[in-house]
Ligand binder design. Structure first.
Ligand SMILES: *Cc1c(COP(=O)(O)O)cnc(C)c1O
Length: 220
C-alpha cells in the first residue's frame, strides 16, 4: 500500500499515522512531506538528529526506538513525542533535560506485551506502580500522553489481537482512573505494517508504519 491510500484509511478512522522513515534518506522523506505529511518516526537518536538538520523544521519527529540515556540531551529539543520510554531512568533523564531547556516533552510509556524477551518496556505491574505516583511533582517537565506497545512478530493473528487488547484494556483503565491528573492521556500507539489493522480494531489511535509506505529497509 502506498502513502495516499494508507493516509485515507487512517483519516477515516481518526488514527494518527506516523511514517517510520528509519534507514531512508532525507530525499525520500521529503517526497512524503511534500504530500502534506508531518509526523515521522525514527528509532535511532543520531539518525533522527541528522535528519532534523536536513529537513524542514515543521516536521513532528517521533522517537520510537530504545533510548540510551546519553542520547537524551541531544534529542529532547527536537522531538515532538517519545514513544519508547521503557524504564524509570529514561523518564528521569527526559524530565531533567526538558526542565533544563524549559520544554515540556510529550511521552508514551512503552509496555512489554510481546512474548519475545527481546522487546522492551514496563510490565503492566511496573506501569501500574508508576501511574500510582504523584507524576506532576516527580516529572513536572513530562506530559504523559499515553502508551505504546509492540506485539509479537507472528502470523498468529489471535496472539497479536490478544496482546493489543490487553494493552487497550490497561490504557482505558489508566485513562479513566487518572483523568483528573492526566487530562492529555489519550494516545495509544500500537500497530506496524504487518498488524496495524488488528491494532486499530483493538483501540489503537496511532500507528507506526514504515515498510508499507517506504518499501523494504536495506540495513546493509
Ligand atoms: C521499525 C519500527 C516500526 C515500523 O515497522 P514496519 O514493519 O516497517 O512498519 C514501528 N515501530 C517501531 C518501534 C519500529 O522500530
Amino acid at each position: 500500500m502506498k502513502y495516499q491510500a494508507l493516509k485515507e484509511w487512517t483519516d477515516k478512522r481518526d488514527v494518527t499515522l506516523i511514517a517510520v522513515s528509519k534507514t531512508h534518506p532525507a530525499s525520500t522523506i521529503k517526497e512524503i512531506y511534500d504530500m502534506g505529511h508531518r509526523d515521522f518516526g525514527e528509532n535511532r537518536a543520531q539518525e533522527l538528529l541528522d535528519k532534523v538538520d536536513d529537513l524542514p523544521q515543521d516536521i513532528r519527529w517521533h522517537m520510537i526506538g530504545t533510548l540510551q540515556s546519553n542520547k537524551i540531551r541531544a534529542i529532547v529539543p527536537h522531538v515532538h513525542m517519545i514513544h519508547s520510554v521503557n524504564r524509570i531512568k529514561i523518564l528521569n533523564y527526559i524530565n531533567r533535560e526538558a526542565e533544563n531547556i524549559g520544554k515540556t516533552v510529550d511521552i508514551l510509556i512503552q509496555i512489554h506485551i510481546a512474548e519475545e524477551e527481546s522487546k522492551h518496556g514496563f510490565t503492566f505491574a511496573e506501569a501500574e506502580k508508576l501511574f500510582s505516583e504523584d507524576l506532576s511533582t516527580k516529572y513536572p517537565s513530562v506530559r504523559f500522553r499515553g502508551l505504546m506497545g509492540i506485539a509479537t512478530f507472528t502470523d498468529d493473528k489471535e496472539v497479536v489481537a490478544n496482546e493489543f487488547e490487553s494493552l487497550n484494556a490497561f490504557f482505558k483503565t489508566i485513562q479513566e482512573s487518572k483523568k483528573e491528573v492526566l487530562p492529555d492521556f489519550n494516545c495509544l500507539s500500537m500497530g506496524m505494517s504487518g498488524d496495524y489493522e488488528i491494532a486499530v480494531e483493538h483501540g489503537s489511535n496511532m500507528i507506526r508504519v514504515g515498510s508499507l509506505i517506504f518499501g523494504q529497509r536495506d540495513y546493509n
